[in-house]
Design a protein around this ligand. Structure first.
Ligand code: TXA
Ligand code: MG
Length: 351
């Protein structure tokens, strides 16, 4: 299949091109498009064949449900069984934006889109290209992140092309890197209290300020195979770089010393080594392919750069990756969740 790559700019939305992309979706094809979180791989969310094609293009297990992207609040009611009061409050506050909410689905949503579940995840992105595209596509765009299954989510079109060229009909290239850089927060609205299934840019505290108590799915940070996560996708080794990745926890000095020692050993054995550090520690590392994700105090920047760095390590064929850890209840939690998954929960705690 030939993939058409179309450049769109934010300053001057070319509606002719966006209409063309929308038509591809309405005719049952697939189009990758930018959002403020990561690039999405879109198909018609109400067309079972489109959803099947998405699973094929990604190489993703078809029991892993897709998020339906809408562009207008009125598009929500037809695809859900009901809209809880709290969801209304959250939509008012955080839509359009990086929050996905899970509802009971209505009859018109095919089970192919929901991976067989009776619930449907819905998000209204804030990205201007995404919104225009969704409207032109008929209003319901099912879209997982536009990476091949198991790879880090793409935050720039370069990596969408790398993963999807020849597998989908079209790529809308927004030209810029994704503003947020990690996937949306997923909140299950079908339980009382609502439950965070995937942490993201919209934090627990931000949600609780609007609707009171919110729980967090306990499987998110654990590696226990007897607990099954409520967001099916969270069980897969996701967001993974090609190299073997290890996270280091402990005092700054101990972490630096450990990483430097291990790096020297691996280099001596002939392996390539990548290090994920921060602006504060960058200069303390002595060898290897050293990358800073940003300032520790600037969690937004760290979230934005994380996948980019993992992809760059792949570009450099890095075989071993050592990363510092992050903490906190805010975006730090989302960052740590993605790092843990990238590392397959391989963590070394230093005294
Ligand atoms: O920011 C994002 O959410 C991006 C952009 C493209 O919008 N999309 C994204 O989609 O990250 P994906 O498919 O890579 O991740 C969706 C996650 C998966 O872990 C999936 O299992 C979960 O959402 N999910 C989808 N529908 C669900 C449902 N009905 N109940 C529980 N989890 C669901
Ligand atoms: Mg994904």
């Amino acid at each position: 299949m030939k993939t058409e790559i179309i450049n769109v700019t934010y300053e001057n939305l070319n509606m002719e091109l966006i209409k063309k992309a929308g038509l591809v979706i309405r005719q049952g094809g697939l189009v990758a498009f930018p959002t403020e979180t990561v690039y999405g791989l879109g198909g018609d969310g109400l067309n079972p064949d489109s959803s099947k094609k998405i699973y094929q293009a990604k190489g993703r297990p078809s029991d892993n449900p897709l998020i339906i992207h809408i562009a207008d609040f009125d598009a929500l009611a037809p695809i859900v069984a009901d809209i809880p009061e709290k969801a209304l409050l959250l939509a008012r506050k955080f839509w359009p934006g990086p929050l996905t909410m899970v509802f009971e689905r209505s009859e018109i949503v095919p089970v192919e889109t929901t991976g067989g579940l009776n619930t449907i995840a819905v998000r209204m992105p804030s990205d201007a290209i995404a919104l225009a595209f969704i409207r032109e596509a008929g209003g319901y765009v099912a879209a997982p992140s536009a990476n091949r299954s198991g790879r880090p989510s793409p935050t720039s079109s370069k990596y969408v092309v790398e993963d999807m060229n020849g597998r989908i009909d079209m790529i809308l290239d927004g030209g810029e890197e994704s503003q947020i850089g990690i996937e949306s927060t997923i909140l299950d609205m079908t339980t009382q209290p609502p439950c965070i299934l995937r942490p993201g840019y919209i934090t627990k505290a931000m949600l609780e300020e609007e609707i009171g108590t919110v729980e967090t799915d306990q499987t998110i940070f654990s590696n226990r195979s007897d607990l099954s996560p409520k967001a099916p996708g969270m069980k897969y080794r996701h967001y993974a770089p090609k190299g073997t990745m290890v996270l280091l926890e402990g005092k700054k000095e101990a972490v630096i010393e450990y990483i430097n020692n291990e790096t020297d050993k691996k280099l001596e054995q002939g392996f390539s080594v990548g290090i994920i550090g921060t602006d504060e520690t960058m200069n303390a590392y002595t060898a290897g392919f050293i990358k800073s994700v940003g300032k520790r105090t600037d969690e937004r920047m760290i979230a934005r750069r994380l996948y980019l760095i993992l992809r760059e390590f792949d570009d450099e064929n890095i075989q071993y990756i050592y990363s510092e850890s992050f903490e906190g209840d805010g975006i730090g939690q989302a960052i740590m969740n993605r790092l843990l998954k990238a590392a397959g929960h391989s963590v070394i705690k230093l005294p």
